[in-house]
Design a protein around this ligand. Sequence first.
Ligand SMILES: Nc1ncnc2c1ncn2[C@@H]1O[C@H](COP(=O)(O)OP(=O)(O)OP(=O)(O)O)[C@@H](O)[C@H]1O
Ligand SMILES: [Mg+2]
Length: 509
Amino acid sequence: MTETIDQTTPIPVLRLEDIVKTFPGVRALDGVSLTILPGEVHALMGENGAGKSTLMKVLGGIHQPDEGQIIVAEQPVVMSGPLDAKAKGIVFIHQELSLADELSVAENIYLGELPRKRFGLVDWAELEAKTNAILEKLKVGFNAKTRVGDLSIANQQMVEIARALTVDAKAVIFDEPTASLTDAEKVVLFEVISDLQEQGVGIAYISHRMEEIFKITDRISVLRDGQYQGTVNTADTNEENVTQMMIGRKLDLSRNEAHHELGEVALEVRGLSCGSLFEDVNFEVRRGEVVGFYGLVGAGRTEIAETLFGLRNPTSGSIFLDGAEVAITSPHDAIERGISLVPEDRKGQGLVLGMNCRDNMTLPQVDDLKAGPFVADGAEIAIFDQYRDKLDIRTPGWKQLVGNLSGGNQQKIVIGKWLSMRPNVLIVDEPTRGIDVGSKAEIHNLLRDLAAQGYAVIVISSEMPEVLHVADRIVAMYSGRIMRTFTSEEVTEENLIAAISGLNTEKVA
Ligand SMILES: Nc1ncnc2c1ncn2[C@@H]1O[C@H](COP(=O)(O)OP(=O)(O)OP(=O)(O)O)[C@@H](O)[C@H]1O
Ligand SMILES: [Mg+2]
């Protein structure tokens, strides 16, 4: 299928025609076409592993296509690599950050193109001035001289974006740019995108977040299993239709209400504080229960999770597991006692990209699976197979290096890793970030299933539909304090928003 363009359509900034790309065991792209017009924001959507990033890597010359053509300003071109693409006016903000930690922000932004003085010496003053001018536009809280390794993931993302803005771009490709941005940073990003749009730059935008897609894009193209499914005007479609194009079926969004009895209190927290990060936190989680933690970024939710997992030391308060007070001083302690944490920053904390899928998944259990001096291969493969099916992880086999999986499938490996430990208390921080709608529903069902099997589950999420959907009770946090705890019967969008904005001071523990 190719899209038709009528006479009134402006000349596309770029076209991809019938692109085919295969990897061993995977036909990642199977005849995909895409047209980007000047001044449009064009969404590229599809499930995890559908081929979105691969298509953009073909466009950027990181991969050469097996078949098909790239056409820039009506001229067929060969892209020899990212610098070549950049020279042709196409810049990328990739899903995986590609920055040098040891270098400064300015050096990263102008890497390979540092401004020079006579005798080839780097013109540091010029470099700093140019960089700070761009950073000012992005309203970030760091400067040209900051070392990139000292920045948060979100700020590193802003450095990537700054780098894209140094070029006189015809097209800018964003691959899941907001996955780790806060709401305030997103506002800045959307302003940047709208500026680019006004200058006639064509934008390709990859994201799994429907609200964003419907807010900022003009057209949506969909891939499924490497095949082009069509292009629609955003204004003429809705979430349900796009989802159906992506997964080829209607999605069952009803909540998994498998009725189950609540068991004993598995985890109880009393008067827990950690400096100014959170104060006097009280809650309990029973076996069979999913408790959602909802609040704005910075409300202290992740810090509570980190304290329960032994990554932070509380300044006061107590933690009880199955009724007995415990001191958890390290992740090792936490794991021993049956607490697992699926962290927010899964890339940084969860995966070894150069290791295969199976070994990544069973890493924390290697000691237990050992048969004599050797690790029992069969046992490990069985664990991998079980969670591959449960989470629908798309990979040709367990031997595949995790670095070769699509972004969303990498995240599923980390989730599988912690689930396979069969913890008593499972804490998941932003469990569906970067995960497509179909798998998102599967992960929600899985969390509710785990509760039904007797686990105590804590879900931290910044997405209101997510907590409303999965949680039996919702803890609303504001500025390091629990404002209120809601049962799923009494919670509404309004009272939840009021509580996390600090407007509702009624405290129900
Ligand atoms: N270098 C590689 N070697 C082997 N297989 C690869 C490689 N790069 C991608 N693939 C495979 O190609 C398919 C498409 O992956 P791609 O990264 O394009 O997906 P995606 O649509 O971007 O998904 P996500 O939403 O999860 O980021 C996947 O099956 C992936 O495992
Ligand atoms: Mg991708």
